[in-house]
Ligand binder design. Structure first.
Ligand SMILES: C[S@@+](CC[C@H](N)C(=O)[O-])C[C@H]1O[C@@H](n2cnc3c(N)ncnc32)[C@H](O)[C@@H]1O
Length: 319
C-alpha cells in the first residue's frame, strides 16, 4: 500500500462541511480504511490500474484506491457537497485523480479510461477497474445497464473485459450469486452469470456504515466472460428471464404466456420445442434448459410470423 500525505480524517471533513447523509442518494458511508483497503485488494488489487469509482462520497474508498497504487482515478459523484473532501485528495495526488460530477446512470464511462491500456476481448482483462460502494437505490439498474454493454462489448467494455468490484445489499448479492436449482435463483442470477464470472468477496455488516442501514452488504467481483453462456441477444434474454420468473411459486409455463401476444398462447408449443417440462418451478430450470427455451422461443416466433415486440411483457414494459 502506498502512503498518502497527511490528510484530515474523513470524519473531520464530514463534520467540517456538515455532510449529513442524503437518504435519497443512498448515502451510507464506509469510514473504516481496513474495510475499504480489503475491497480494493480483491481480485488482484488496483496497482497500475486505471480505476473508475462510482459514487465516491467523502472519499474513504477513494483513498484506498489511491493507496492501492492506481495509476489514474476517476471519481464519479452526483452530490456536489463532496467537492471539498474530494478536492483535498485530488490535490494530494498531483493529477492522478479526476472528479466528475455526474449521474452515473447517464455518464459515458468510456471517457474515464485512457485507451492506451486497451486489450482485445479474448485477451486477459485490461489494467482498468470499476469499483463502487454502490448506492442501493440504483445498484440493480446499474448492473443491468453494464451487463447490456458487456453483451455488446460496448461503452467502457469496448476497451476489453474490464473487471468490477461492487457492493450490493446482501439479499441482492445472494440473488446475483444463486446457482441454478436453488431457491434464490432469479432473473438477476441468469442475466449476471450469463455475461460474467461472479465471485463473492466478503460481507460488510450494516453497522460498519455511517449511517448504518438495516441490512448487510456483500462485495462481489465480476469478470466479463469471453463468450456468454447462452447465445442470444441481451433484450430477448432479459424478456425471457423476466417472464420465466414472473410467478416464482407456480409452474414455469404460467409466466411464459407473457412471451406472446394477449390472444395467442404458444407456451405449450415453446416447452415441446425446447423439450423442457412445463411443470417445473422457475428456480428448478438448469442453464441448458433456459438455453433450449431461448432457441425454441426464436423458432416459435419465426414459425408464427411474430416478433419480440408483439410479446405482452414487452408491450407492458413499453407502456
Ligand atoms: C453508498 S454511498 C458510498 C460513498 C463512498 N464511496 C463510501 O464508500 O463511503 C453511495 C454514493 O453514491 C452517490 N450517488 C448516489 N446516486 C448516484 C448517482 N446516480 N450517480 C453518481 N453518484 C451517486 C452518493 O452521493 C454517495 O456518495
Amino acid at each position: 500500500m502506498i502512503r498518502l500525505p497527511p490528510l484530515p480524517t474523513i470524519r473531520d471533513l464530514i463534520k467540517l462541511h456538515n455532510l449529513s447523509a442524503s437518504k435519497q442518494l443512498s448515502q451510507n458511508f464506509l469510514l473504516n480504511s481496513n474495510i475499504t483497503n480489503k475491497i480494493v485488494l480483491l481480485d488482484g488489487g488496483v496497482e497500475n490500474h486505471q480505476v473508475c469509482e462510482v459514487g465516491a462520497g467523502p472519499g474513504c474508498l477513494t483513498r484506498s484506491i489511491i493507496a492501492g497504487g492506481a495509476s489514474k482515478i476517476v471519481a464519479v459523484e452526483k452530490d456536489r457537497r463532496f467537492l471539498p473532501a474530494l478536492d483535498i485528495l485530488a490535490n494530494a495526488v498531483d493529477g492522478r485523480m479526476v472528479i466528475v460530477y455526474a449521474d452515473i446512470l447517464n455518464y459515458e464511462m468510456i471517457k474515464a479510461f485512457d485507451p492506451v491500456d486497451k486489450k482485445a476481448w479474448n485477451d486477459e482483462s485490461p489494467k482498468m477497474k470499476i469499483i463502487g460502494n454502490l448506492p442501493f437505490s440504483i445498484s440493480t439498474p446499474l448492473l443491468i445497464q453494464w451487463l447490456n454493454l458487456i453483451s455488446q462489448n460496448a461503452g467502457p467494455f469496448s476497451l476489453g473485459r474490464i473487471k468490477m468490484t461492487l457492493t450490493f445489499q446482501e439479499e441482492v448479492a445472494q440473488r446475483i450469486l444463486a446457482e441454478p436449482k436453488t431457491s434464490q435463483r432469479s432473473r438477476l442470477s441468469i442475466m449476471t452469470q450469463n455475461y460474467c464470472h461472479v465471485k463473492p468477496g466478503f460481507l460488510i455488516k450494516g453497522s460498519s456504515f455511517v449511517p448504518a442501514p438495516k441490512v448487510n452488504s456483500v462485495v462481489l467481483t465480476f469478470t466479463p466472460r469471453i463468450t456468454p453462456l447462452i447465445d442470444i441477444d441481451f433484450t430477448t434474454l432479459e424478456v425471457i428471464a423476466k417472464s420465466l420468473f414472473r410467478h416464482r411459486r407456480k409452474f414455469v409455463i404460467k409466466g411464459t404466456k407473457y412471451l406472446f401476444p394477449t390472444d395467442v398462447d404458444l407456451s405449450l408449443k415453446l416447452f415441446e420445442e425446447a423439450d423442457v417440462d412445463w411443470k417445473l418451478r422457475p428456480q428448478q430450470l438448469s442453464t441448458e434448459e433456459i438455453q433450449r427455451l431461448c432457441a425454441a422461443y426464436k423458432k416459435v416466433l419465426l414459425d408464427h410470423q411474430l416478433d419480440l415486440s408483439d410479446a405482452m411483457i414487452v408491450k407492458e414494459t413499453n407502456k
